[in-house]
Write a protein that binds this ligand. Structure first.
Ligand code: HPA
Length: 267
């Protein structure tokens, strides 16, 4: 299925792309900054899952950003959409076959760390996979990677360093911390958030962890960002809404765009 999907994309896109970018909730507008773009809708790709989440367009954008060729997902696939975990990570394997060596993943997340404010951008230093699934369960496909891939450097320290240097250059402050990935779609309970803090998590969301496992499996280096779109459940006294997540995404997307553009130039 991956081969069929890649064959289809290659019938439209002839070049290879070394940098992949996944745009999370409300952050899809970065896709509009890509120069000389070519678009491939997920819905047109054989066997490819279609993202149904709000704020996710559902297409690949191929083009140039800051002089580098990038392959960008405007919209990702989540476990809560009901797709099997293999589908959630299929885009990563497609990226691998299109030549991707470095991947920037972004998401919107609830801030657990009390020192974070809404609107902060966190460099993901590590994750806790709390989804109860692992995309590598089942027969291993040796063409992509080994049976037991190491996750000690799941989020590349070298790429994080580049992110901090670029942020400094742009006068931006970045947080750093651990992302805990849940399936959703319900937001967490306040009790879960208290438990996650004890576990060492700084931000919580419903994506990213499976993609990062798949990327590590097939030898793609990862740089991850969480945009803190809200305080996690129970920390603000307010109810959580999808609107605030998307609104903060839109408000911060310019800043995220400049940061990612700068970083891509250094890759
Ligand atoms: N929890 C889970 N996912 C999220 C949140 C949250 O608080 N905010 C944005 N995505």
């Amino acid at each position: 299925m991956i081969t069929k999907a890649v064959e289809f994309i290659k019938s439209k896109i002839t070049e290879t792309y070394e940098i992949g970018i996944i745009l999370g909730s409300g952050l899809g507008t970065l896709g509009e900054k890509i120069e000389n773009p070519s678009f491939v809708d997920y819905a047109d790709i054989p066997h490819f899952p279609v993202s149904t989440a709000p704020g996710h367009v559902g297409r690949f954008v191929f083009g140039t950003l800051n002089g580098k060729k990038v392959m960008c997902m405007q919209g990702r696939i989540h476990l809560y959409e009901g797709y099997p975990v293999e589908n959630v990570v299929m885009p990563i394997r497609v990226m691998k076959m299109m030549g991707v060596k470095k991947l920037i993943v972004t998401n919107a997340a609830g801030g657990i760390n009390e020192s974070f404010s809404v609107g902060d951008i966190m460099v993901i230093t590590d994750h806790i996979n709390f989804t109860g699934r692992n995309c590598l369960m089942g027969k291993n496909d040796d063409r992509f990677g080994v049976r037991f891939p190491d996750m000690s450097f799941g989020y590349s320290p070298e790429l994080s360093n580049i992110a901090f240097k670029c942020a400094e250059k742009l006068g931006m402050k970045l947080q750093k911390g651990v992302y805990i990935g849940c399936t959703g779609p319900s937001y967490e309970t306040p009790a879960e958030i208290r438990a996650f803090r004890v576990l060492g998590a700084d931000a919580v969301g419903m994506s990213t962890v499976q993609e990062v496992i798949a990327a590590n499996h097939c030898g793609i280096d990862v740089l991850g960002f969480s945009l803190v779109s809200n305080k996690a459940a129970g920390l603000s006294g307010e109810r959580l809404t999808e609107e605030e997540v998307l609104t903060i995404g839109r408000q911060k997307s310019e800043e995220m765009q400049s940061l990612i553009t700068e970083i891509v130039g250094e890759f």
